[in-house]
Design a protein around this ligand. Structure first.
Ligand code: PLP
Length: 360
């Protein structure tokens, strides 16, 4: 037969995820770590991989890695679940807490996976758009949460792509207002030096998501984890793919956990570079830079689509949000090496110089 039955109807409203990850000299589009693990750390990773039995299925729950993560946070192992990147765990959350007849509360603009996962699982999406300064409309959010019609909520802190953390005062009120599951996505928490991990024992409805992809430089490996009450973990285990976290990734994650203190200087450097970049950007006429506690900066730029093109022609890839909902006219730039950051600033300045002078 040369005919094809249509795919599931809910796919009609979806488009494949395309991060526009194009070849470039300076990759400043995906909030990755600019530094590939090297030296003694790379050596330790190679040795750990050499010991892996490739012919055997992995430990489904990655207990060696799970144990190390639990220890790092002073939790029991059954409060931890490792996934194939944070992305897998976000999908698992939508499978376990969403579905037809159930609702998810989202605060756009934010990470696009949450909405995509809700749509894929037939979950209703309720949106409370952020205010002009990108802060959450707290009263609207609390009112909807308290109405009882929401099954799960994701609060990204720091928020991607806008950069700021959600205030503790708001999160506390939200956790008290509802028994809905509240996932706080802390993919960038290392750069904010702030986390809600200590709140876990008091709030059964709190789930914290972390990843190895950003501060720990393992975006290519695919490792993330959630920290939550064991009852939550049990539900997530029911929906996950049993062997989603392969043995090689587990072995690498264990090495990274054993060496995690060594990442502190790089994290501090990234934070310092972010502040240097923010200051330089705020001095550019026509550019607005938003405060960030992550490893990226959201900026509004005149002629943002052309600015993206110009930067790309100079070998610099940044994230183009110039025509994204809520984010028209904005670009997001990841903090790279000091050289990459300088190169980006110089190219953006050159682009702005090509524009006609604005009055006022
Ligand atoms: C990068 C990111 C993640 C997780 O990424 P993985 O590479 O799948 O671990 C989760 N949430 C946000 C907001 C992110 O930016």
């Amino acid at each position: 037969m040369n005919k094809l039955r249509a795919a599931a109807p809910l796919l009609e409203q979806l488009v494949p995820y395309d991060p526009k990850y194009l070849p470039a000299d300076a990759y400043l589009s995906a909030n990755e770590n600019a530094y590939n693990p090297e030296g003694a750390l790379r050596e330790a990773i190679a040795q750990a991989i050499a010991k892996v039995s490739l012919n055997r299925y992995p430990d489904p729950l990655a207990n060696g890695l799970r144990e190390r993560i639990a220890q790092a946070y002073d939790l029991e192992k059954d409060w931890v679940l490792v996934g194939n990147g944070g992305d897998e765990l976000l999908f698992n959350l939508a499978l376990a807490w969403g579905g037809p007849g159930r609702a998810f509360l989202n605060f756009p603009p934010t990470f696009s996976s949450y909405e995509a996962n809700a749509l894929l699982t037939g979950t209703t999406v309720i949106e409370v758009p952020r205010k002009a300064d990108w802060s959450i409309d707290e009263e609207a959010a609390l009112a909807i949460a308290a109405s009882g019609d929401v099954d799960f909520i994701v609060v990204t802190s720091p928020n991607n792509p806008t950069g700021a953390c959600a205030p503790d005062s708001f999160l506390r009120r939200l956790l008290e207002a509802t028994d809905a599951l509240i996932l706080v996505d802390e993919a960038y928490a290392e750069f904010a030096e702030h986390s809600l991990v200590d709140w876990l024992p008091e709030h059964k409805n709190l789930v914290i998501l972390r990843t190895f992809s950003k501060a720990y430089g393992l975006a290519g490996v695919r490792l993330g984890y959630v920290l939550a009450h064991p009852e939550v973990i049990t539900e997530l285990v029911k929906v996950r793919q049993p062997y989603s976290v392969d043995s090689v990734s587990q072995a690498i994650g264990e090495v990274i956990m054993d060496h995690r203190e060594e990442f502190a200087p790089r994290i501090a450097q990234t934070i310092a570079e972010r502040e240097t970049m923010a200051q330089a950007l705020s001095a550019l006429a026509g550019v607005t830079v938003y405060p960030s506690e992550a490893n990226y900066l959201l900026i509004s730029v005149p002629q943002a689509a052309q600015a993206w093109e110009y930067l790309y022609e100079q070998g610099i890839l940044v994230r183009d949000f110039s025509s994204a909902p809520y984010l028209e006219g904005h670009l997001r730039v990841s903090v790279g090496t000091p050289e990459e950051n300088q190169r980006f600033l110089k190219a953006l300045e050159e682009f702005l110089d090509t524009l006609p002078v604005q009055e006022g």
